[in-house]
Design a protein. Structure first.
Ligand code: SF4
Length: 396
């Protein structure tokens, strides 16, 4: 895929012979037109990587949104948008991976570095549960000083002492770190976490699944294959996970397609992804800010959401977040193929470290979904619907 070349021209190319004749994925692209590609999409056939790239670079935004909306309603016909009442605390910001897009981490011993005890985290979870939180998405840095027993204890005690919440803990990077610290394989680490009670993991750590990009922004973090391998092993054991993507930095359009192709293939193999969750790079306070000081545009976000709905034909849910791109953009995303509005995020520290702060609460989240023309459905981590709030706010 890395040798997929972007076309020489961009803009509307409907009816125009495309400059590619083939790509490294073996797809013939001769006479590719938007019209023919839209027809293929509408007929329910899967588009190729080359067609995905062609659409990304040439489709009108509103056409893309319309197509994605059609697919969303075919897949999930109810005019419902789901959300989860959740929180994203962190147990440690100590990390030795040095991703240049990250403003959150501190080296061991550096000013501002912290690692909380299991007891401290359990008390936080209890406070969150008392406020109605049902999902805790927990991540840290990759802290080499923490023994594997710390993570097992955290999971065991959460399941036992705070049964109201679903632990959605640890990115692939942390799981690889646990394997290194404990001398076990990734599979063994995941099995022991499963025995402790963990049932789902977040999709963090993917950024862009292109090794060309990873070498530039997170050279110590492992390869795309490493991320996919953790997810594959997790899904085989029975875990569910999300698939994420952080774009808007050094990637090309072809890298985005490579990312989508990788997760679509793995989903074909395991069926373990619940949803696709994209967000844009937030440059504040990061080393990468010197090179990429700006935010990706809302237009780009809507393109990504719509393309994901079209390309990821084996994903049930696509998330448009009120948090990561702003409330208005998140609402519009619900008309570009997304059917989930993310979580209420009682606590969030990673984007906050990059000076990006956005707040809501359950009531406003419901209201934002209603304003967008949908009923709001509170869900669990695994997308089971708990209760539906119709547009006049009554619980069904
Ligand atoms: S993104 Fe994660 S792994 Fe990378 S530096 Fe930040 S905390 Fe560490």
């Amino acid at each position: 895929m890395a040798s997929l070349s972007p076309p020489a021209t961009t803009g509307r190319l409907a009816g125009v012979r495309h400059p590619w004749s083939s790509s490294s994925v073996g797809t013939k692209c001769e006479q590719m037109t938007l019209e023919a590609t839209y027809k293929k999409i509408r007929s329910g056939r899967r588009i190729t990587a080359a067609e995905g790239l062609f659409v990304l670079q040439n489709a009108e935004l509103l056409d893309l949104g319309e197509l994605a909306g059609e697919i969303r309603f075919k897949k999930n016909p109810e005019p419902l948008v789901t959300f989860v009442v959740d929180t994203n605390p962190n147990y440690s910001n100590v990390c030795n991976i040095d991703c240049v897009f990250c403003a959150f981490y501190r080296h061991p011993g550096e000013e501002g570095a912290y690692t909380h005890s299991v007891e401290h985290m359990i008390q936080k979870f209890k406070e969150s549960a008392a406020k109605g939180v049902t999902t805790v998405l927990l991540q840290g840095g990759v802290n080499p000083a923490l023994p594997f027993e710390y993570y097992l204890d955290l999971v065991r005690r959460t399941v036992k002492e705070v049964p109201e919440i679903h632990p959605h803990f640890f990115s692939t990077s942390e799981i690889i770190g646990m394997a290194q610290v404990s001398g076990q394989t990734v599979r063994e680490v995941l099995e022991r976490l499963w025995e402790a009670g963990l049932r789902s993991i977040p999709g963090g750590g993917a950024e862009i699944l292109s090794d060309r990009v990873k070498k530039k922004i997170s050279s110590k973090k492992g390869t795309s294959a490493d991320w996919l391998n953790v997810m594959r092993e997790a899904h085989r054991i029975g875990y569910k996970s999300t698939a994420t993507m952080m774009y808007g930095h050094v990637e090309t359009d072809a890298d985005i397609i490579e990312h989508l192709e990788s997760i679509r293939k793995l989903q074909d193999e395991t069926g373990g992804f619940t949803a696709f969750v994209p967000w844009s790079f937030k440059p504040g306070n990061t080393p990468l800010e010197k090179i990429i000081p700006h935010y990706a545009t809302p237009t780009r976000y809507l393109q990504i959401i719509a393309l994901a709905r079209i390309y990821l034909d084996n994903f049930s849910h696509i998330q448009a977040s009120w948090f990561s791109e702003g409330k208005k953009t998140g609402q519009i995303g619900l008309h570009f193929g997304a059917d989930d509005f993310g979580g209420t995020l009682l606590e969030e520290n990673v984007h906050a470290a990059a000076n990006f702060v956005n707040k809501t609460n359950t009531e406003e989240c419901i209201q934002l979904i209603h304003e967008s023309g949908f009923s709001a459905a509170q869900r669990t981590t695994l997308y089971e619907i708990l209760r539906v709030h119709d547009p006049i706010g009554a619980a069904a």
